[in-house]
Design a protein around this ligand. Structure first.
Ligand code: EPZ
Length: 460
């Protein structure tokens, strides 16, 4: 196992191109099963979740070829219908194979994903949606066993207690694309990744309208063809993570390919915190704040602030002046990064689905362990801003969704290396960094603006 050793960073500067969206490409890879013709997908990120999905497709008998960022999927004559526990437990997104397998093979056996560190993640909406299309579904020995003749179009309400579901909307949309008749998906998820999947299905000949809104109309067709070339949207979560890295190091970074229309709630919150963001066609320019200000953030379904950036903005708000309140509405248990950030000198208290962050103006280096994908990104960001060396373990989480983030950060001037866990790395001599404009003290300097909290206050 490796760890990342991170030195306090100088202000990150430069230009990066944002990779393709992991959460778009996974269901789109599943959608390729809806035809027997080949599809070619471009701008595919090289992350381990994509590798896991490739393993599952190969097990199902699908031919796949992946080179550069281009993926060719040819499901000609595939017969498999089982997504086994060993692979599904590695990646919950495998649930999105259920709809395509049912629609193509008339049966599917997909392992229930099991526990998840970010809290309960039920699959009831997936099952309800597919049942409404005519599938009969049983849970046996930890597997979702589903069968159907030709699925029939229907009216499907996909709202749950926590709003809409991204992958359940995707599953139902994919199944409905080959169903007999018209389906109306109500309370559909509006995330850009749902729109990307719908657009991909349209490129295969599907008849879909309303994607991006809360009602999606799908008119089933007899057959779909391969998509000759489809480019995945840029990853809004990667873009948001890198924007926050720039903001936390006092830097100035241009993110080529970042979609401002997918990041409105994030841009708004960062601006409220004092970060300067300039929207230009095809790119975002991010310039750190003179002083980071505290802001309140609530994660919500799109177009609200994404849960997948909640941990990262929490790391950022540890450097702000004042108290921020962060409320998690999608996964109320998604706070495993809190104790790790506190080990780095943060003062965060949690009550249920809310975390109160007392901005300390600075963080200090520590050995920390990542518990999930976005928590790992938050710890890397915290490490860049911390006054001394940080070690982040649990990189298997980071690698699931970030393509070489340490290379990207190094290109912007960060000092971080991936080494075996047992190896130690001598702290780098810190460059003299002129007092940074965002209120983060330069190495060795005291941050006079930051309020000092007593130990008792920190524990509150
Ligand atoms: C997608 O997961 C993303 N994953 C997640 O990304 C993301 O956090 C999430 O959407 C929310 O934006 C992929 O796209 C591969 P949901 P998904 O169904 O679709 C509840 C990351 O870090 N719910 O939209 O599985 C659920 O518990 C990740 O990249 C039900 O109640 O999430 C949650 O509270 C992790 N019943 C809410 O809906 C269901 O049947 C939204 O979850 C399904 C979901």
């Amino acid at each position: 196992m490796d760890k990342l050793v991170i030195e306090r960073s100088r202000p990150l500067t430069g230009t990066l191109t944002v990779n393709g969206a992991k959460n778009s490409v996974l269901p789109i890879m599943a959608a390729c099963l809806l035809t027997d013709e080949p599809s070619v997908i471009e701008h595919v990120p090289m992350v381990t979740d994509v590798m896991t999905m490739l393993d599952i497709l190969r097990q199902l008998g699908v031919q796949v070829a992946y080179a550069g960022s281009e993926l060719r999927i040819h499901p000609d004559g595939f017969r498999g219908y089982v997504a086994p526990y060993e692979l599904v437990s590695r990646m919950r997104a495998s649930i999105c194979l259920l709809g395509p397998l049912l629609a193509r093979q008339g049966r599917a056996s997909v392992s229930l994903p099991g526990g998840c560190v970010i809290g309960p993640r039920p699959v009831d909406l997936h099952l309800k949606g597919l049942q409404a299309l005519g599938a009969s579904i049983e849970i046996e020995h930890g597997y979702i066993m589903a069968e159907c003749g030709r699925l029939k179009g229907s009216r499907i309400h996909l709202g749950g207690d926590r709003g809409s579901s991204v992958l359940a909307t995707g599953n139902v949309m994919m199944a409905a694309a080959l169903a007999d008749g018209v389906s109306m998906i109500e309370h559909a998820a509006c995330e850009p990744e749902v729109v990307d999947l719908a657009d991909f299905l349209v490129s295969m000949g599907a008849r879909i309208e309303g994607q991006g809104g809360s009602t999606i109309r799908v008119e089933g067709v007899e057959r779909l063809h391969g998509s000759s070339r489809y480019r995945i949207i840029s990853d809004r979560i990667e873009a948001g993570t890198l924007a926050m890295a720039a903001a936390m190091t006092g830097g100035s970074v241009t993110l080529e390919g970042a979609r401002s229309d997918h990041l409105e709630a994030v841009i708004e919150k960062l601006r409220e915190a004092g970060v300067q963001i300039t929207v230009e066609p095809g790119r975002l320019r991010v310039k750190a704040a003179d002083h980071l200000r505290a802001v309140n953030v609530t994660s919500l379904p799109y177009p609200g602030f994404p849960t997948d950036l909640q941990a990262q903005i929490m790391a950022l708000l540890c450097l702000a002046d004042g108290v921020s309140v962060i409320t998690e509405k999608i996964y109320p248990e998604r706070f495993l990064h809190v104790p790790e950030l506190n080990r780095m000198g943060a003062a965060i208290t949690r009550e249920g689905a809310t975390a109160v962050v007392k901005g300390m103006g600075q963080l200090s280096g520590a050995q920390v362990v990542a518990s999930d994908l976005r928590a790992s990104a938050a710890l890397v960001l915290a490490g860049l801003a911390a006054s001394t060396q940080t070690e982040v373990r649990g990189l298997e989480h980071l690698d699931r969704g970030y393509q070489n983030i340490e290379t990207q950060l190094r290109q912007l001037g960060a000092h971080l290396v991936r080494v075996p866990e047992e190896q130690t790395v001598a702290p780098q001599p810190q460059e003299t960094v002129v007092a940074q404009a965002n209120g983060v003290p330069a190495p060795g300097q005291r941050n006079r603006r930051a309020k000092r909290y007593t130990r008792a206050e920190r524990k509150q």
